[in-house]
Write a protein that binds this ligand. Structure first.
Ligand SMILES: C[S@@+](CC[C@H](N)C(=O)[O-])C[C@H]1O[C@@H](n2cnc3c(N)ncnc32)[C@H](O)[C@@H]1O
Length: 289
């Protein structure tokens, strides 16, 4: 059986975990979120390995729901962090021709995954490596799949936000990301599935010219995908009616007194905000601080 001491639980996360309803002293795999876990006799004591999460495979229905939720196509490279027997990546390769990289710390799982990929004939699309998911380079992923624990998702969160490109999708079986709310959530039977889209970093003061000659300036603050701020037109305070960020797309609606609101749709590109739609924006928005 697994004990709390088998897991790398970091004391710094206590507050956030309490917000999630966990009592660390009681933290155990009998929590209701783990009701579907089947330990299958597997024990860390046999191998001396420290797992962050025990091995429990996602069932077929969940695998398909995760791939649908992430909208996986043949253009994607999936990273399954804690890949188990590789079933998510093999399904993505078989059904969608997607590339996959599976990481697991347990060599037994990696052997199973390589064997499974060979049996199903998708070994040219998938690669499996024995490594610690906390340390592996994930920057090439366009989709990340997780069946870990809230606590591990939260520990991974800064790396996901910093190292993945804006627009990368993350889907998680059963476990959330603390105060980073999902962009989408759905049920699969009694299980919650979550999806996040990595937001571009837009905090700062930005300025651009409109095609009518007006100079727009916005000061933006950001927490995850949520953006707030203030706006000016030609140096006069205006109202930032709307600021929506989804991946690398930022929609800003600015309104001066007694004027109609003007909506800009911009794409974050090479440290600029480039017009992504319409003909109202004459120059890319550049950061002035
Ligand atoms: C709940 S299973 C999920 C398996 C697979 N992703 C699925 O959904 O079918 C979690 C997996 O994470 C692996 N794991 C645990 N700690 C890990 C770590 N630090 N680095 C890499 N893999 C880890 C376990 O060996 C296990 O296979």
């Amino acid at each position: 059986m697994y004990n709390q001491s088998d897991f790398n639980i970091d004391d710094e996360m206590i507050d956030e975990l309490r917000d999630l309803g966990y009592e660390l002293n009681d933290y155990s795999l009998s929590d209701s979120d783990f009701r579907d876990l089947d330990f299958d006799g597997y024990s860390t004591e046999d191998s001396g390995m420290i797992l962050d999460v025990p091995y429990v495979p996602s069932d077929e229905k969940i695998v398909h729901s995760l791939l649908n939720l992430a909208e996986v196509t043949s253009e994607d490279t999936l990273y399954d962090l804690g890949c188990g027997d590789g079933r998510i990546l093999v399904a993505a390769a078989l059904e969608r021709n997607a590339h996959g990289v599976g990481i697991d710390i347990d060599p037994m799982r990696i052997n199973e995954a390589i064997e499974y990929a060979g049996h199903t004939g998708v070994e040219h699309l998938v690669h499996f490596a024995e490594a610690d998911l906390m340390e592996v380079d994930i920057s090439a992923a366009t989709v990340v799949t997780l069946y870990l624990l809230d606590i591990i998702n939260i520990k991974l969160r800064p790396r996901l936000l910093d190292e993945l490109l804006p627009g990368t999708r993350i889907v998680s079986h059963a476990f959330n990301m603390g105060d980073w709310k999902p962009d989408q959530q759905q049920r699969c039977g009694s299980i919650n599935l979550y999806k996040w889209i990595i937001p571009a970093k837009v905090t700062g003061i930005w300025e651009w010219q409109a095609t009518n000659g007006d100079t727009y300036r916005v000061s933006l603050q950001q927490k995850y995908q949520y953006v707030t701020g203030t706006a000016w037109i030609n140096g006069q305070a205006a109202s930032l009616k709307n600021a929506l960020l989804r991946g690398d797309l930022l929609e800003l609606t600015v309104q001066a007194d007694n004027s109609r609101p003007i909506r800009f749709l911009m794409r974050c590109q090479a440290k600029q905000l480039v017009a992504a739609e319409g003909d109202l924006q004459a120059t890319p928005a550049v950061k002035i601080s």
